[in-house]
Design a protein. Sequence first.
Length: 163
Amino acid sequence: MMTEFQIDSDALSPEERVSLQNALSGACIADMPLVLELLFVSAEEIRDLNRRERGVDKVTDVLSFPAAELVPGEEIVSDEHGECVETVDGADRMYLGSVVICEQRAREQAEEYGHSYERELFYLAVHGALHCLGYDHEREEDKRLMRAKEEEIMEKMDLGRGA
């Protein structure tokens, strides 16, 4: 069963949104469509967010703001997260949270890592989306699981390593 993802972002073209939505569709199982807000901000804006929300006064590449505490691999049941369910145009969907990306850092990192800006930008979007799905990389075991899921999703977008 594929879970439908909806990306809410004015910063991506319709084709880019569809590509990301399709790639994320196998990342989890949910009983309703999932929506993720994706925002691109300046270095100054992400530094301010990072300082305000995490107490870290520096520019970062991506910040995630999950709407619910989810567990990777467990089915997402809307009844357990009613505060995240919204009705838009008569259809129910579950809001996963927001992912905020610093475009400047994405450009710098693409150059630093020797791959395309497109790959870096979508990698950060996927990384943030997985955080909203409950994935983390604090422990080595969790990091391996998250990295494997990131690569799986990036391959679906033809943006695997080397792209």
